[in-house]
Structures are given as C-alpha cells and as structure tokens.
Design a protein around this ligand. Structure first.
Ligand code: GLU
Ligand code: ZN
Length: 272
C-alpha cells in the first residue's frame, strides 16, 4: 500500500499532524507531500521544521519529496482539460455576493457545504469558450458530475449526481490568487504519486466526494480512503492548526521523548 502524509508548511506541526503521519506510516509506505500552494502563508523554515519533527518521531520517507509549489504546470494541464470539456466556468463573486444570493428571504438560511456556502450559481452563465481564464476563479459545474462510488474503510460509499449538486454544488477548483485549489491539487497529486490509500483526518471527510468527482472527470483512479479520528484537548475540543502550545517542538522542549509521545498518541487521542 502506498499512503501519504501531506502537511502544509504554514506553522509548526502539532500533535494532530503527528497522529496523521503515524496513521499514514502504519497503513503503508508513506510518501511525503508538502502542500505549499498557499504561497502567502507557506514558509521554507516551516518546511524544514516538518522534516525535523518527522525525523524526531522516527519516520522516514522516500526522496524526492513532492512539493506542490513545483506542480503548477500539472494543475494547469488538469484545468485545461476540464475547461476544454466545458465543465468549468469563471466566477467573479465575492463572499458578499454569494451570501446575498444564497440567503434570499424565501430560501431560508444558506446551505453549507464542505467549501462554505453552497454556491447559488450567479455566474453559471459566464462564457465557457476561448482560452481558459487565469484572472478569475473557476468553478466546477455540478451538473456534469456523474453518480459515483468509492471505498472508505472497506465500505462501499456512493453519491448520486443529485446529492452532489444539492449538498456540495459548484465548488471553486481554481482560486484567483492561487491558480489552483486544495481540491484540484490533492486530486492530481494523489494520482501522480499512485496513492492506494488516502489517510487523513475526519475533518476532511466531507471534501472526499469533491475529489472523487474530479477523478471521474479527469479519468484518474480512485484510491481507498480512511479518515482517522482527531487529537483533542482535555475539554474534547480538537486541536486547531495554530495551536502552537501543542506543537511537537514544545513537547520536545518540555523533555518528552518521541517514544513516550508516540505511545501516548497510540493509547489516547487526548493531548497530554
Ligand atoms: N494539507 C492538508 C492539511 O494539512 C491535508 C490534505 C490531505 O490530507 O488531503 O490539512
Ligand atoms: Zn460567481
């Protein structure tokens, strides 16, 4: 089995990341992928800290490591393909436009999907001809998503096209400021790295149908999925991405050995 750990170098790794990496390494040969498409927040020193922390935990991975900032060409090629299929459209809405259209009085509270408010479709009529626009966000037209299925922890899961449209809608696959999106990059890269089993936290479980839909449209294989439980504090609240107090470096500085910390995580997903 090939698995992967895919951290973003936007801050210190905390206990939740350590658990995610351990799950990936337990389930197969773990590849490492640096998810640094958010160039406004990614920092080389955080990338170095990721390597240090993972080595401290006793984990290893094959080189070279995939770095998403070096993969913009691959994301562009996937977007070109989708654009030529006519399944993308440019969107110029800001948050306020979307909220205003989504919460029209007769419709009640706006419906929330994995990517925020389910897009009300304001820009669906935008032109889909000519070269692919790179100065606007691009949305995937949910009307082109087929019925699909995938396997999660050995269980067959499925989603109808209708359910996808209702619960997820037209998601952004290329952000204006990024030229790609988390969803597109993860889908393209999991295929490129030939991942057999995607392991990640249950907080990302609801994004999985978006990735399967993109795999269907791009003709990519669908791996198996496992969404693991999250590390929480003693109050039961899950650790936030920026919970620096729970960083691996801070436990290390406080005298924890990697062995003891790993043993603790395996026993309990409550931060010590
Ligand atoms: N880069 C994502 C994160 O750090 C993980 C993406 C994934 O595992 O699909 O939360
Ligand atoms: Zn729009």
């Amino acid at each position: 089995m090939i698995t992967r750990f895919a951290p973003s170098p936007t801050g210190p790794l905390h206990l939740g990341h350590a658990w995610a990496a351990l799950v990936a390494a337990d389930r197969g040969d773990m590849l490492l992928r640096i998810e640094d498409i958010d160039q406004g927040r990614a920092r080389p020193e955080w990338e170095v800290a990721i390597y240090d922390d993972l080595h401290w935990l006793g984990l290893t991975w094959p080189e070279p490591v995939m770095r998403q900032s070096e993969r913009m060409g691959a994301y562009g090629a996937a977007l070109d393909r989708l654009w030529e299929m006519g399944v993308l459209y440019p969107c110029t809405c800001n948050r306020r436009d979307i909220l205003a259209a989504a919460s029209a009085p007769q419709e009640g509270a706006p419906l929330m999907g994995p990517d925020g408010v389910v897009y009300p479709g304001n820009c669906r009529g935008s032109s889909r001809s000519g070269p692919r626009p790179t100065d606007r966000a691009l949305r995937l037209d949910g009307d082109y998503v087929p019925d699909f299925h995938w396997t999660e922890d050995g269980q067959l899961r499925s989603m109808t096209a209708e359910a996808f449209r209702a619960a997820i809608g037209d998601v952004v696959v290329a952000r204006r400021d990024m030229g790609t999106s988390y969803h597109l990059a993860v889908t393209v890269d999991d295929a490129e790295q030939r991942i057999d089993l995607v392991t990640r936290g249950e907080d990302l479980a609801e994004a999985t149908p978006i990735h399967i839909a993109l795999q269907c449209l791009l003709g990519l294989p669908t791996p198996d999925y496992h969404h693991h439980d999250l590390v929480r504090d003693t109050a039961g609240k899950r650790l936030a991405k920026r919970d620096d107090a729970r960083s691996l470096a801070s436990y290390r500085a406080a005298g924890w050995s990697a062995k003891a910390l790993v043993a603790h995580l395996r026993k309990s997903r409550v931060a010590p």
